[in-house]
Design a protein around this ligand. Structure first.
Ligand code: NAD
Ligand code: SAH
Length: 421
């Protein structure tokens, strides 16, 4: 029995899925293929990914491949109740609602796992975390997993280093067709969509502070510049800091940027990026939001506990007046602003990311008895997406956009492979 908010919302969710599907030709092709070949027949998949329209379509593609799907969200605020209802109305096992408490959120994850998955699809590593702690009895049945995001992979690699990881995981995030497009152009667009629709303010002329100049930060900063903002980048990596400077941005520590910014966006995957050290320095009316993992980059808890006055300024905007009289605004409770206060990345971007997910799940199923092991012979390793899958997705995308490219001639190949010239 699904755990969702309201099944009567299904028609609205179905319309959203149909709209997204139209712009996801790669997944459409994979769906057609999966329907014929059934590569996932007899397998149970537990999936925890932002429960919105593009994810719903991925779930249907995996189901078309023969999988029995048990699905939930990966963030308490990103679930769209109408989409969850549409999947449940179609007979899928769904446990997710928007605004779940921490206990409800964990219950939803555990429900998605309780069927005993053979393949685990995670975004942030929450299913893996539960499988390795409270639900260890299910580990022997797991063939492998796929991880969608940077922070999830950091967590899983830490587990593998300590010998704690018990099944192989494919690093979907690290495929070139994922991070180069999803993290950079996807985040670059959807973060601004989330901020702009939530605040309804102008970006041009503002001082925007971007914390972290990784793939997400690069996309966010690039688009801020396009909107006409003055952009400051904060970093801890000296090379990324230089890159930001040569891309034309000011670079400085957060302790200095704090008093200059009008709008702050964190995208580091790290904790305590904007904290009580910085709050007193912020301008009156400064806006804070997060595009990185969970709600730990901005210390929202401290703000909430120490504000002398708190109020909801607009939907998804919390105003906190500090003892110094200044008011700070926090978007979407400091959770991913593009998904908690928007629809996340566009369909054409998720088409690539989720094509990699679907093909990686098929790879796990097809190679279940011969997946590479660690140097010590352990099953728990983080594996790259096979190069053939990454390149296949790039070729499919080029075909979908009607773009042709050159092919090496045998002579060119020989030249590139040789050294006597
Ligand atoms: P990345 O590793 O490419 O970049 C992170 C950057 O942050 C690095 O350059 C690092 O040096 C820097 N950094 C780390 N700690 C810092 C600190 N305290 N102050 C300043 N800079 C710091 O990672 P990424 O792919 O850009 O992802 C960043 C985060 O966003 C991750 O948590 C990831 O899971 C998440 N993510 C979110 C979305 C989304 O839809 N909002 C999409 C993809 C990834
Ligand atoms: N679960 C964590 C992890 C960060 S989510 C959290 O909620 O804090 C970051 C991931 O969300 C990215 O890797 C991206 O691929 C994914 N994402 C972005 N837009 C999405 C969308 N519209 N639908 C599904 N997933 C999306």
């Amino acid at each position: 029995m699904s755990k969702i908010r309201d099944i009567s919302l299904a028609p609205s969710g179905e319309r959203k899925i149909a709209w997204a599907r139209r712009y996801m030709p790669l997944l459409q092709g994979i769906e057609e293929d999966f329907r014929k070949t059934k590569p996932l027949e007899g397998l149970k998949i537990s999936l925890s990914v932002h429960m919105e329209a593009k994810t719903a379509y991925l779930c249907r593609v995996l189901e078309a491949g023969g999988a029995e799907m048990h699905v939930t969200g990966c963030n308490p605020l990103s679930t769209q109740d109408d989409v969850a209802a549409a999947l449940a109305a179609g007979g899928m096992d769904v446990s997710a609602w928007r605004g779940a408490t921490e206990e409800e959120y964990e219950d939803h994850l555990m429900t998605a796992l309780s069927a005993g998955p053979n393949i685990v699809i995670d975004d942030g590593g929450d299913l893996a975390g539960l499988l390795h702690t409270k639900m260890r009895h299910l580990l022997p049945g797991v063939i492998g997993g796929c991880e969608e995001t940077t922070t999830g992979l950091n967590r899983l690699r830490a587990m593998a280093r300590e010998g704690a990881l018990e099944y192989p995981v494919i690093a979907v995030n690290d495929a070139r067709c994922k991070y180069l497009f999803d993290n950079r152009y996807g985040t670059g667009q959807s973060v601004w969509d989330g901020i702009n629709r939530t605040t309804n303010l102008i970006v041009a002329g503002k001082c925007v502070v971007v914390a972290g100049y990784g793939w997400c930060g690069k996309g966010i900063a690039m688009r801020a510049k396009g909107f006409g903002a003055r952009v400051i980048v904060t970093e801890i990596d000296p090379v990324k800091a230089l890159e930001a400077r040569m891309d034309g941005f000011d670079v400085m520590p957060m302790s200095v940027a704090a008093s200059l910014g009008d709008l702050f966006i964190t995208a580091t995957g790290c904790c305590d990026v904007i904290t009580k050290e910085h709050f007193p320095k912020l301008k009156d009316g400064a806006i804070l939001c997060n595009a990185g993992h969970f709600n730990v980059e901005v210390d929202v808890k401290f703000l909430e506990e120490h504000a002398v006055e708190k109020y909801d300024a607009r939907p998804n905007i919390r105003g906190c007046r500090l003892v110094n009289g200044k008011t700070i605004f926090v978007l979407a409770e400091g959770r991913l602003v593009n998904l908690a206060s928007g629809d996340g990345h566009p369909a054409e971007i998720m088409d690539m990311s989720f094509a990699i997910q679907a093909l990686s799940a098929r790879y796990l199923a097809q190679h279940r008895d011969s997946l590479p092991k660690s140097e010590t012979g352990a099953r728990g390793v983080v594996l790259p997406v096979p190069k053939e899958i990454d390149e296949d997705v790039a070729h499919r995308k080029l075909r979908a956009w009607n773009i042709r490219i050159d092919t090496l001639t045998p002579l060119q190949q020989e030249y590139l492979d040789g050294w006597e010239h």
